[in-house]
Every structure is written in structure tokens, then in C-alpha cells.
Design a protein around this ligand. Structure first.
Ligand code: ADP
Length: 732
């Protein structure tokens, strides 16, 4: 190989090497650049990661410190709470859902008096076990087992009732346990010993107060009884004395004794009633009663006195208003007695009208009864209208007093009316009269007009003969309400002319009329050939029934006539047979020799027996006395009396017991003899008790002759000799 070749070859080889070097250098450069880039990226990444790590570390640090603060707060709150729980007097404990104690305060643990086992972790069952074993609780008659069972049942219930238990030392604690979320139980224990002692003291004090009040009531009852019993003798004897031959001076003395005694009784009753109402000791005793009858009874009692003074008492009882209501009849009577008594007392001439109306919202609903008592008396000045309802208040002041009275009547009446949920008001025109109104809400105890009480439809035209305008208008209205065609006139001669013109189907006539009285008119009509039924209304139906012309009339009714009596009498009428247009048949003869009425009176007090016998002396009755209840029952069986007057307080067997015994006999053997209580008891509730024992009526002592006579006359069975007439034959 030539040198040149060699040189060329070497040059080529060098060139090739140089190119390779260049290429490798380029590659190295590229690799270096890449490495540089990568290293830079890595370094950036490291920087970022480091920053992140720092942030997380910071965050962590903050959370840690927050948590620390929160923990600290929780600890403080928990400490405070526990501190409070420890500080309160009541026992406090928590149990978990497995009934294991979580914690309990000192008061809760105190009950266990330092027993070490009672601490967090102990179960409720173990606690109960300890309680019974250590005798911590007074478990009474129960066995330990029973007591634990009972307590456990309670504890496991969803909402345990609070329970009071007595500890060994006589203290009382109340357990209140509440179930919380997750089945935890919170148990609260309160020591209520002081409260229970206080309650007991209150109960004892109340018992003592009630006993004192009962003693006071008993004292009042006794006082009233003790005063009334001798007063019966005073009033009764004065009454009898007044009827004997007396000179004017003696008569004045006797009347004064009588009036003073009566005034004293009114005062005693008023004061008693008022003190009872004031002390809220006046319960009402509602029962079904007949309002119309009650009004008529009280009118009968007051009428004698009113008539003496020339005043009529009229009753206008709405014909379509029921008469039986549920209320306290004794108290309703007392309200009306006060108002009607005042009306009579303060009226010198004219009349007193008792109007009864009412509204009922629907069948079976309570009726709103309105009773107004109108008088034509002296009236009340406008400025005194409110004043008179106050205690001891009267229109006249003490200096110019003309009328007797305590001034308590209206105050009592108003309180009674309000007690019944009603209202009392007055309207008055001085010098012309007053109207007192009472509203009473009373449940209705019957349907309005009794079935079968409608008169025969053939009795369609009635003639009313009544001199008194108000009475006449009232009767006209009542008959018209029954669908009758009514004409009216004021005296017998007008009536005769009217009958001659147009004979009515019925004549209703007043007993007492100027010229010709009711019976004489009836006889005159019969003589003139008229046979229509005639009804006589008389303020004294008992004695009127003995009128020689009684046979000429169909019925004699007590005036003012009770709606029920009028309806019954009308329903009992039959029109005369067509042939009867001629003179009426002579009245049927009474059965031969009717016997006298038998009256049994049970009364242990000798003076009162004397008073009673003197009071009925003028009656044609057979009177027998029993000295006590036992005798009364025996005589009831042997004598078969028509009416019994029964004293309530009697030795051996009292009037109530005797009445119960008589009612039992009647339940077996049939019949019902009216029994009238005679009592000196004026205390509240006595009348209810007496009527509940089976007595029909109630008279308080001092007895009034008129009331006794009215009871006997009303009770006279048909076919007996009318009691008002010949003298009594007293027996026994
Ligand atoms: P008392 O009748 O016992 O005085 P009340 O309380 O019943 O007591 O009546 C108070 C007063 O109201 C009576 O004294 C009388 O002045 C007046 N008063 C009551 N009712 C009437 C009446 N119907 N007419 C006139 N004045 C009356």
C-alpha cells in the first residue's frame, strides 16, 4: 500500500472519527440538556412538595391546638356540671342501657350511708339487693323479693311513674327516673319529708277547722231547735188565747206576744241563713219538684194574712209551661216566700200577682223560668232600688221605720238566686207598685201538658163569672189556651142573663160575689133547667165543699187554682146527656153516715201535743196521739189513719225511722198515707233529709193552724165527712 493510500486512508479514518466524535458530542449535548431540564423540573417539584408539607404541618399544628382548647372547654364544662350536680340537694345518678351506674352525686349516694359497693359500675339489681338486705327502705308488709320485683318492673318500664318511698329513718323520698337516648337512665331522688309533714299538718289543720265548723253548725242547729221548740208553745198558746174571750187590753197583750215571737223567729231564720250562705255552707239539693204546686202551697199559707189586709194573691202560671222541674224546692220556696211576703207587706190595697213564664230551648233542655211578683203597693224610690239588696238595708231608715223586718230578706234571696245560676231584679214606680223578677235555669222533669188532661171536645164554650178583673182575665186566657171559646162577666145576674141568651157548655164561677154567690148561682141555673157543668173556685175550698148547694156543682177548686187541678177537673167533666136540658137531677145522696177522718199525730212533747190538739179542735176529725216513733208505727197499723203528722226528733224511734217503717209496711200491703213532718229543725238540708225518708210534706214549728188544717183538708179521701165542721174527738 502506498503511502499516499495510507495517508488517504488515515485521513478518511480521521474524518470518520471526527464525524463520530461530532455526532457523539451532539448526542451528549442533547442528553445533557435533557438531564438539565429534568433536574430543574425535579427541583421545582421538590420545592413545591416541601411547601405542601409545611402547609400540612401548619394545619396539623392548628388542629392540634384547637382540639386541645376544645378538650379543655369540655373538661371545664363537665367539671362545672358535675360540681353543680354534686352541689344540689337532690340525688342524681346516671345508668347506662345495661342498668349499670355511670355516675351518682353525693346526695344520691347518701341514702346508702357510705356503702362502698355503691359506686360506678354497680348494677341497678345489685342496688335493690343492697337496699333490702341493709333495710334502707321501709318496705311495709311486702316481702323483700316482692319489693325488688316491683321496683325492677317499674325501672324497666318505658316511662316509670314517680314513686314515693319511705326510708328506715322515717324520711320520704320521691324517685323520678327518665329514660334517655340509647337506653340510658337518669335517676332523680328528692327528699320530700318536709312537704309530706307540711301536707299532714295542713290536713290536720283542715280537719280541725272542719270539726270546728261542724261544731258551729251543730250549735246553730241546736240553738235553732232549742229556740223553736219553746216558741211553738209560745206562739201556739198565744194563738189559742187570742181566740178565747178577752177584753181589749188582754187581746193587745196576746197579739203582742204572738207578733214578737213570730218576728223573733223570722230574725233567727234570716240570721242563720245569711251566716250559712256567707260561709259557703249552703249546698243546694236539687230534686224533681212541682213548681206550680210549690207556688200554690205558699200562696195558701200566705193568703189568710193577705186576705185579712184586703189583698188578693193571684197566680198566673203559663198554661203551656211544664210544672215539674229539677231544683232545690226548699230554696225556691224560700226565694218566693221572701218576695211574695215583701209584696204583701208593702201593699196596702190591691193585689199581688205571681206570674210564671218560661222558655225551653228544646225537648229535654233546661228551661229559663221567669217568675215575676207584681204588687200594687208603696213602691220603691228610684235611688233606693240598688240599696235594698244590701244586708240590713231598707228604704226607711231606722228613725222612720214603719214596717217590720231585718233587711236581710232580699240579700239572702239574691244570694240564693245567684247560687242557682239565676238573676234577681226589680222595677218600681213609687207610690204605684213594684215588680220583682227572678230568672232561674231549671232542667225540666216532665212533658208540658199531661196526656189525657185535655177537656172533652164537646165542652167548647165556657162562661167565666168572676168579679175580680185580673182573676177573670187570667181564667179567660187559660181557658182560651185550651182552645175554648170564652165569655166572661163580673156577677151572677149578668151570668144568668148570658146563660139565658146563649147557654155555654161550662160555667166557672167565683165562690164569693156580691149579691148571689157561686153556689147560689149554680142552684139558680139548675132551677132554670140548665144542666151544664159548673165549677166553683173558692179561696177556702174545704169549707166551701160543705155548702148546701154543693150538689149543684161538679167541682170546687181551691183558689188561686193550680193549673193541674183545673186541667184535671176539666178533663173529668162530661157534657150532660141530651135529655138533661130540663132541670138537673137532684144531687146524689152521700153514702150513709160517712166516717170522720182519722188523724194520727206523733209528738213526744206534752205542750206541743196540747197545742196541736187545740189547733185542730174545731175540725171534725178523730185525732190520736203517739208519744214516739215506735208507737206511731204500731198505731198506724191498728188505726189505719188517713193522714199522719210526725214530729222528727222523738225518743226511742225518731220520725224519719218511723216513716221509713210505715213506708215499708205500705210497700208490702199497698196504699200511701200522707205523712207530714213537724219539726223544729231549721238547718239547711234538714228538709231534704226529711223528705228523703219518705215524708210527703214538711211543716216547721211553731206550727200554724192554717197549715195544719190545709194539710188535713187536702188529704181528706173522698167519701169521708169533710173535716171542717163539728168539734174534734181527741183520743190518746
Ligand atoms: P225586710 O223586708 O226584712 O226589711 P228585705 O231585704 O226583704 O228586708 O227588703 C229590704 C227593703 O226593700 C224593705 O225594707 C223595703 O224597704 C224594700 N222592699 C222590698 N220589697 C218591697 C216591695 N215589694 N215594695 C216596696 N218596698 C219593698
Amino acid at each position: 500500500m502506498t503511502l499516499a493510500n495510507k495517508l488517504a486512508e488515515e485521513r478518511r479514518a480521521r474524518l470518520a472519527a471526527e464525524r463520530l466524535l461530532e455526532q457523539k458530542q451532539a448526542e451528549l449535548h442533547a442528553a445533557n440538556r435533557k438531564l438539565g431540564l429534568h433536574a430543574r423540573a425535579l427541583s421545582t417539584e421538590i420545592t413545591e412538595t416541601r411547601a405542601e408539607v409545611q402547609t400540612v404541618r401548619d394545619e396539623n399544628q392548628r388542629v392540634k391546638s384547637d382540639l386541645g382548647a376544645a378538650n379543655q372547654k369540655i373538661e371545664i364544662a363537665e367539671r362545672r356540671l358535675w360540681h353543680s350536680i354534686q352541689a344540689i340537694e337532690d340525688g342524681f345518678a346516671f345508668f347506662d342501657a345495661d342498668s349499670r351506674m355511670i355516675a351518682a352525686n353525693k346526695a344520691w349516694l347518701a341514702v346508702f350511708d357510705g356503702l362502698e359497693m355503691v359506686r360506678p359500675g354497680i348494677s341497678y339489681i345489685e342496688i335493690l339487693q343492697l337496699i333490702t338486705e341493709e333495710g334502707i327502705v321501709n318496705i311495709g308488709d311486702m316481702s323483700r323479693h316482692e319489693w325488688r320485683e316491683q321496683m325492677l318492673d317499674r325501672w324497666q318500664g318505658p316511662a316509670p311513674e314517680p314513686q314515693v318511698i319511705r326510708l328506715w329513718n322515717g324520711h320520704y323520698i320521691r324517685l323520678t327516673d327518665r329514660r334517655g337516648a340509647g337506653g340510658d337512665m337518669v335517676s332523680l331522688v328528692q327528699n320530700i319529708t318536709a312537704m309530706i309533714r307540711y301536707e299532714k299538718e295542713l290536713k290536720d289543720a283542715r280537719g280541725r277547722a272542719e270539726a270546728a265548723n261542724r261544731a258551729k253548725s251543730a250549735f246553730l242547729a241546736n240553738m235553732s231547735h232549742e229556740i223553736r221548740t219553746p216558741m211553738n208553745g209560745v206562739v201556739g198558746m198565744a194563738d189559742l188565747l187570742a181566740e178565747g174571750p178577752l177584753d181589749d187590753e188582754q187581746r193587745l197583750y196576746v197579739t203582742t206576744i204572738k207578733h214578737s215571737a213570730e218576728a223573733l223567729l223570722v230574725i233567727i231564720n234570716d240570721v242563720l241563713d245569711y251566716s250559712k250562705i256567707e260561709a259557703d255552707r249552703l249546698p243546694l239539693h236539687p230534686e224533681p219538684f212541682d213548681l206550680e204546686r210549690c207556688i200554690h202551697e205558699l200562696v195558701t199559707l200566705m193568703q189568710a194574712h193577705a186576705r185579712d189586709r184586703g189583698i188578693d194573691i193571684l197566680v198566673d202560671y203559663d198554661l203551656f209551661l211544664p210544672t215539674r222541674f229539677v231544683g232545690d224546692p226548699g230554696r225556691v220556696r224560700q226565694i218566693l216566700t221572701n218576695l211574695v211576703g215583701n209584696a204583701v207587706k208593702f201593699t196596702e190595697a190591691g193585689h199581688v200577682m205571681i206570674r210564671v213564664t218560661g222558655m225551653q230551648a228544646g225537648e229535654g233542655a233546661e228551661a229559663d223560668i221567669r217568675i215575676s211578683i207584681e204588687d200594687t203597693g208603696i213602691g220603691i224610690p228610684r235611688e233606693k232600688l240598688d240599696h235594698i239588696f244590701g244586708e240590713f238595708n231598707q228604704v226607711d231608715d231606722a228613725k222612720s221605720r214603719k214596717f217590720e223586718g231585718t233587711g236581710l230578706g232580699l240579700a239572702i234571696t239574691q244570694k240564693l238566686v245567684r247560687l242557682m245560676g239565676g238573676d234577681l231584679w226589680v222595677e218600681s214606680d213609687e207610690g204605684r207598685g213594684s215588680t220583682f223578677g227572678v230568672s232561674l235555669p231549671l232542667p225540666v222533669a216532665e212533658a208540658a201538658i199531661p196526656e189525657g188532661a185535655r177537656p172533652d171536645p164537646r165542652i167548647a164554650r165556657a162562661l167565666v163569672v168572676e168579679p175580680h178583673t185580673t182573676c177573670r182575665a187570667l181564667l179567660e186566657r187559660q181557658l182560651a189556651a185550651l182552645g175554648m171559646e170564652v165569655t166572661a162577666c163580673a156577677d151572677a145576674s149578668a151570668a144568668r142573663a148570658q146563660v139565658a141568651r146563649d147557654a155555654p157548655d161550662l160555667v166557672i164561677v167565683d165562690h164569693h160575689m156580691e149579691g148571689m154567690d157561686g153556689f147560689e148561682l149554680a142552684s139558680a141555673l139548675r132551677a132554670a133547667g140548665h144542666a151544664m157543668p159548673v165549677i166553683v173556685l173558692s179561696p177556702n175550698s174545704g169549707s166551701a165543699a160543705q155548702d148546701p148547694a154543693r150538689g149543684a156543682v161538679q167541682a170546687v177548686l181551691q183558689k188561686p187554682v193550680a193549673r193541674r187541678d183545673l186541667l184535671t177537673a176539666l178533663a173529668g167533666l162530661t157534657p150532660p146527656a141530651p135529655a138533661g136540658t130540663g132541670p138537673a137531677d137532684p144531687p146524689a145522696k152521700a153514702p150513709p153516715a160517712p166516717r170522720a177522718m182519722r188523724v194520727l199525730a206523733a209528738e213526744d212533747n206534752k205542750t206541743n201535743r196540747l197545742v196541736f190538739s187545740k189547733m185542730v179542735q174545731a175540725l171534725d176529725i178523730e185525732l190520736t196521739f203517739a208519744g214516739n216513733g215506735r208507737e206511731a208505727v204500731a198505731l198506724f197499723q191498728s188505726l189505719a189513719p188517713d193522714i199522719v203528722f210526725m214530729d222528727i226528733s222523738m225518743p226511742e224511734m225518731d220520725g224519719k225511722e218511723a216513716t221509713r217503717a210505715i213506708r215499708e209496711i205500705e210497700a208490702r200491703e199497698g196504699g200511701h198515707v200522707p205523712i207530714v213532718a213537724m219539726t223544729a229543725h231549721a238547718m239547711n238540708g234538714d228538709d231534704t233529709e226529711i223528705l228523703a225518708a219518705g215524708l210527703d210534706h214538711y211543716l216547721t214549728k211553731p206550727l200554724k193552724r192554717a197549715a195544719i188544717v190545709a194539710q188535713i183538708t187536702t188529704a181528706t179521701p173522698p167519701g169521708l165527712r169533710p173535716p171542717e165542721g163539728a168539734p174534734t174527738q181527741a183520743v190518746g
